[in-house]
Write a protein that binds this ligand. Structure first.
Ligand SMILES: CC(C)(COP(=O)(O)OP(=O)(O)OC[C@H]1O[C@@H](n2cnc3c(N)ncnc32)[C@H](O)[C@@H]1OP(=O)(O)O)[C@@H](O)C(=O)NCCC(=O)NCCS
Length: 171
């Protein structure tokens, strides 16, 4: 089994994170190849609320980002998960799940009300994310947009990601 460590991003990780995201998404379906630029733009804007890396033997092999979203019903403290990436050589070892779980725990620690994700329903369902007809991201098939209430009630409205995502999509 691969031994890995999940830890918060540090300043010196930025280039390694960019490289991991670029490589991981190169062969991913639905990718437009801009995911690494989104993370760079979020960091620059101070909107990388939670940014975790997975390390194997001191090398960054995975990354997950969470950033604030707004909801049209005024729900506060909601975040978007993504992008999440693991280098191909390290997949199917639980690293992606560990990044997501640790990220959700970090969100809880900072008092987050909930989290949304755009992605494969089959992957994110295992973390408790579910499609809700009243929680919407415009322009995407509804089955690919899922929500997870971390505290209190669900958000109900149209979700908007941080402007940094305009360099690509909320992958
Ligand atoms: C998605 C990703 C982060 C998963 O990383 P990982 O470390 O392999 O994840 P885990 O080991 O925790 O989980 C592997 C499981 O996820 C499943 N899985 C991986 N990608 C999936 C996808 N796109 N849709 C559905 N399931 C997927 C695998 O089949 C495996 O299933 P199993 O547990 O039932 O065997 C990685 O495949 C990746 O970087 N992909 C390219 C970038 C990407 O698509 N990111 C997600 C954007 S929505």
């Amino acid at each position: 089994m691969t031994a890995y460590r999940i830890r918060p991003e540090q300043a010196h990780d930025a280039d390694a994170i960019t490289a991991v995201i670029e490589t991981a998404f190169r062969t991913a379906p639905h990718s437009d190849g801009t995911e690494q630029h989104i993370v760079i733009a979020l960091r620059r804007a101070g909107a990388l609320s939670v940014s975790l890396v997975a390390e194997v033997d001191g090398d960054v092999v995975g990354h997950v980002a969470f950033s604030p979203v707004t909801v049209s019903d005024g729900s506060a403290h909601w975040y978007g998960l993504g992008p999440v990436s693991v280098l191909p050589a390290h997949r199917n070892a639980g690293i992606g799940a560990a990044l997501v779980e640790a990220g959700l725990a970090a969100l809880r620690d900072r008092g987050a009300a909930g989290c949304v994700v755009l992605g494969e329903p089959g992957y994110y369902g295992r973390f408790g994310f579910e499609c809700r007809p009243d929680c919407v991201l415009e322009g995407v098939p509804p089955e690919y947009f899922q929500c997870l209430a971390l505290e209190g009630r669900h958000a109900a409205g149209t979700v908007t990601y941080h402007a940094a995502f305009s360099v690509g999509g909320p992958g």
